[in-house]
Design a protein around this ligand. Structure first.
Ligand SMILES: Cc1cc2nc3c(=O)[nH]c(=O)nc-3n(C[C@H](O)[C@H](O)[C@H](O)COP(=O)(O)OP(=O)(O)OC[C@H]3O[C@@H](n4cnc5c(N)ncnc54)[C@H](O)[C@@H]3O)c2cc1C
Ligand SMILES: *[C@@H]1O[C@H](CO)[C@@H](O)[C@H](O)[C@H]1NC(C)=O
Ligand SMILES: *[C@@H]1O[C@H](CO)[C@@H](O)[C@H](O)[C@H]1NC(C)=O
Length: 425
């Protein structure tokens, strides 16, 4: 096996860029093809859990993350009607995350995370070609080839498809299209500049450096600061008619304001400050039966491999986890102990159960977060208040074992353990 693989990555989203950093750090030669004319600034907040921070730190990005991210102190769940705190959990307060899981927690703007990864990729010598729309994949005579809209093509030893939740490469891996269905919700996302948040009504909420999750009937809202504390980020999930999937469609602000009509006057005050938002019509997709092409060296990564609803905010994190695992697995091929195909299978085996876990957690979080007022909601709120009954807590950090499974997890170790275990067989 060649020491240094030539790798094509399709898509310069978080997953594609992370894969570029991970693979080139391991010495592979990487080129990214991105459909858009430039790496998009669009997007809003992303949660960086401690296990995510760990990977970025390993890639030497800890300082840049600290500069552009926000070191969020606590997470609070609130009741929609009056903002009453239902549950509160310390994140970086008293360095809790660092002490418990070894690394801190951050919130960051998607564009900042993308920029950090792109900078690093450039430093590592990765080429990123924009306006390069891949329309086809051909596996022929042991060669991996991707074809662009203008009919030109490019070959490599390995193709990593990080082309998002509407991946066209997934079809080549599966042999069929990935069906999707509306979940009946939309997510409105956007930012409010810090200056506009200076409002006496909001002072008591202490929104700065905290995350708030407002739970309401059929709807929830998550808020926190990003861009080093300069921008207030919100995401509001609410019932909506199905429609075209897009990251770039503007949301109807009046509809958004009207949605909060009977909510806590303070969240109405926040809504009144919103003057721009993006709307995502949420669609659910089944778990894919396979992530690796049956004969070719084509592998899916990120949303392309495991499209998930945003209710656990793990899309970006899962994509980066994939990237770190893939890079680590390929080291075993480089060392000559495995061939590329078997290493790609290992990547799928390692990543699939965790991705599936998050996918299902996202589905169940939706039900938990959107309970209409009534006995179920009262039971939920009571459970949330009672820290000792942590098994059913919708706050992932509250369940000791689950939190350790989630955030104490080290993907790199997992890869080594996997190969050690299979070597013994
Ligand atoms: C514009 C945008 C804004 C987003 N904003 C947020 C946000 O604010 N918060 C959040 O939690 N998540 C956001 N997401 C989703 C989040 O980034 C993903 O869930 C997660 O990061 C996994 O990313 P990914 O790299 O797998 O896919 P994506 O982020 O979807 O990236 C896929 C990339 O592949 C490119 N691409 C697709 N098809 C082709 C093709 N045929 N040829 C070449 N290139 C192609 C796309 O243009 C895109 O850049 C956003 C995604 C996008 C694309
Ligand atoms: C998939 O991506 C589209 C944007 O292309 C977005 O509108 C949609 O919400 C995403 N689906 C999921 C399940 O995240
Ligand atoms: C962190 O853990 C969560 C929970 O298992 C997972 O969804 C995510 O992909 C992990 N992120 C990274 C970067 O390892």
């Amino acid at each position: 096996m060649k020491e240094r693989l030539e790798v094509i990555i399709i898509g310069a989203g978080i997953g594609g860029l992370a894969a570029a950093v991970g693979l080139s750090t391991k010495g592979h030669k990487v080129i990214i093809y991105e459909r858009d004319p430039e790496v998009s600034e669009i997007g809003a907040g992303i949660q960086i859990t401690p296990n995510f921070t760990r990977i970025l730190r390993r890639w030497g990005l800890g300082k840049r993350l600290h500069e552009r991210g926000v070191n969020t102190l606590s997470s609070r769940h609130r009741r929609w009607e009056d903002g009453k705190i239902l549950s509160e959990y310390a994140l970086n307060a008293n360095d809790q995350m660092e002490k418990k899981y070894g690394d801190p927690y951050y919130h960051i703007h998607r564009a900042d995370l993308q920029a950090i990864l792109l900078e690093k990729a450039n430093e590592l010598g990765v080429t990123c070609r924009t306006s390069a729309h891949v329309v086809d994949y051909v596996h022929q005579g042991g060669k991996e080839r991707v074809v662009f809209t203008d009919g030109t093509s490019s070959t490599a030893d390995l193709i990593v498809a990080a082309d998002g939740n509407r991946s066209i490469l997934a079809k080549h891996v599966l042999g069929h299209d990935v069906p999707s269905s509306s979940v009946g919700d939309s997510a409105y996302r956007g930012l409010i500049p810090r200056e506009q948040m200076q409002d006496p009504l909001l002072k008591d909420l202490d929104l700065e450096y905290n995350q708030d999750v407002w739970l309401g009937p059929h709807s929830h809202t998550v808020t926190y600061y990003v861009r080093g504390g300069e921008m207030f980020n919100f995401i509001v999930a609410l019932p909506d008619e199905p429609g075209e999937e897009s990251w770039k469609a503007p949301g109807d602000i009046n509809k958004l304001r009207k949605h909060f009509e009977n909510w806590d006057p303070r969240i109405r005050a926040i809504a009144s400050k919103i003057d721009q938002s993006y709307i995502w019509k949420l669609r659910d997709r089944p778990a894919l039966e396979r992530w690796v092409h049956p004969h070719g060296s084509l592998v899916l990564l990120g949303d392309a491999a495991h499209p998930m609803l945003p209710y656990v905010a793990q899309g970006a994190s899962s994509a980066v986890e994939d990237a770190a695992v893939l890079a680590e697995c390929l080291d075993y091929a480089k060392a000559g102990t495995r061939d590329v195909q078997s290493v790609l299978q290992a990547y799928e085996k390692i990543r699939k159960p965790r991705a599936l876990h998050m996918k299902n957690a996202a589905r169940s979080n939706r039900a938990q977060f959107h309970m209409p007022d009534g006995p179920d909601q009262q039971a939920r709120d009571k459970t949330m208040k009672d820290e000792s009954i942590s098994d059913r807590s919708i706050n992932m950090f509250k369940d000791k074992e689950r939190a350790q499974f989630l955030y104490g997890h080290d993907v790199v170790n997992e890869v080594h353990e996997y190969f050690q275990a299979t070597a013994k067989l």
